[in-house]
Design a protein around this ligand. Structure first.
Ligand code: HEM
Ligand code: HEM
Length: 210
C-alpha cells in the first residue's frame, strides 16, 4: 500500500524548513545591506539558523530516502514530472550546500563559526583569502538562485492546489481528506528506486513531484 501523502516527519520538516529558509534569505539580504552593530547582530542569528538548516536538511534527506513518496497524478505531462523531480533535487542540494558554503567561507576567512552559548564549530577549510572571496560570491549566487527556485516551486505548488486541483498540494498538507487514485498508487516508489529507474526511461511518475 502506497502513501497518499509524504511521511509526517517530511511534512513537518518541509514547512518548518520553508519558514526558516525564507527567513534566512531575508536575514542575509538585510545583513549585507547594513553596517555596524546591526550587521553583527544579524550574522549572530544567520550562523546558527544556517547550521540548523544544514542539520535538518541532512535528517530530512535521510528520511526521504528511507520512506515512500506519494505519486504524481497520472495525467501530469512527463516533462512536468521530470522538471518537478529535477527541481526537488536542486532544492535539496541548495538546502544542504548553501549552509556548507557559508561555513567554508567563514573558515577560509579565519572567522570562527559561533553558534551562541559558547559553541564554536571547527573550520572546514584552511585560511585562504582567495577562497574566502570566491566562496563569498558563490554564497550570494547560490542564495539568489535558491530564492528564484523557491518562487518557481511555490508557484507550481499553488497551481497544483488551486488551478489543477489535482491533490498534489495535499500530499504536503495535514488535512484529513488526502486521497489517492488507485491507478496513481501503483507508480509510487522510494527515491532510491526512482533514481535507479529514471535512466531506463520509465513512463511512470517519479516520486519527487512538484
Ligand atoms: C540555508 C542557509 C542560508 C541561507 C538561505 C543564506 C542566505 C544568505 C544571503 C541571501 C546572504 C546575502 C548575500 C549577498 O547578497 O551578498 C548571505 C550572506 C552571508 N551568509 Fe548566508 N545563508 C545561509 C547559511 C549560512 C551559513 C551556515 C553561514 C555561516 C556559518 C552563512 C554566512 C554568511 C555570511 C558571513 C554572509 C555575509 C557575507 C558578506 O558580508 O558579504 N550563511 N547568506
Ligand atoms: C523554502 C521553501 C521551500 C523549500 C526548500 C521546499 C522544498 C521542497 C522539496 C525538496 C520538496 C520535495 C519533497 C521532498 O522530497 O521533501 C517539496 C515538495 C512540495 N512542496 Fe515545497 N518547499 C518550499 C516551500 C514550499 C511552499 C511555500 C509551498 C506552497 C505551495 C510548497 C509546496 C510543496 C508541495 C505541494 C510539495 C509536494 C509536491 C509533490 O507531491 O509533488 N513548498 N518542497
Amino acid at each position: 500500500m502506497l502513501p497518499a501523502r509524504f511521511a509526517l516527519a517530511i511534512r513537518l520538516l518541509h514547512w518548518t524548513m520553508a519558514a526558516l529558509i525564507i527567513a534566512m534569505l531575508f536575514i542575509g539580504i538585510a545583513m549585507v545591506s547594513t553596517a555596524g552593530p546591526a550587521y553583527s547582530a544579524l550574522l549572530a542569528l544567520h550562523r546558527p539558523l544556517g547550521i540548523a538548516i544544514l542539520l535538518l536538511g541532512c535528517i530530512r534527506l535521510a528520511i526521504r530516502i528511507g520512506t515512500r513518496a506519494p505519486p504524481l497524478p497520472d495525467d501530469l505531462p512527463r516533462a512536468q514530472a521530470r522538471a518537478a523531480r529535477v527541481s526537488h533535487i536542486l532544492l535539496y542540494l541548495a538546502m544542504i550546500g548553501l549552509p556548507l558554503i557559508g561555513w567554508a567561507m567563514l573558515s577560509a576567512g579565519s572567522y570562527p563559526v559561533r553558534l551562541g552559548a559558547g559553541w564554536v564549530l571547527p573550520p572546514i577549510l584552511p585560511p585562504c583569502a582567495r577562497a574566502f572571496g570566491l566562496l563569498r560570491e558563490l554564497h550570494a549566487l547560490v542564495a539568489f538562485a535558491f530564492f528564484a527556485l523557491i518562487l518557481v516551486h511555490l508557484t507550481a505548488g499553488l497551481v497544483h492546489g488551486f488551478v489543477r486541483r489535482d491533490g498534489v498540494l495535499a500530499t504536503m498538507g495535514f488535512g484529513r481528506n488526502a486521497t489517492l487514485e488507485p491507478s496513481a498508487a501503483e507508480t509510487s516508489e522510494t527515491l532510491e528506486e526512482d533514481e535507479a529507474r529514471a535512466p531506463a526511461g520509465e513512463a511512470q511518475t517519479p516520486p519527487l513531484p512538484a
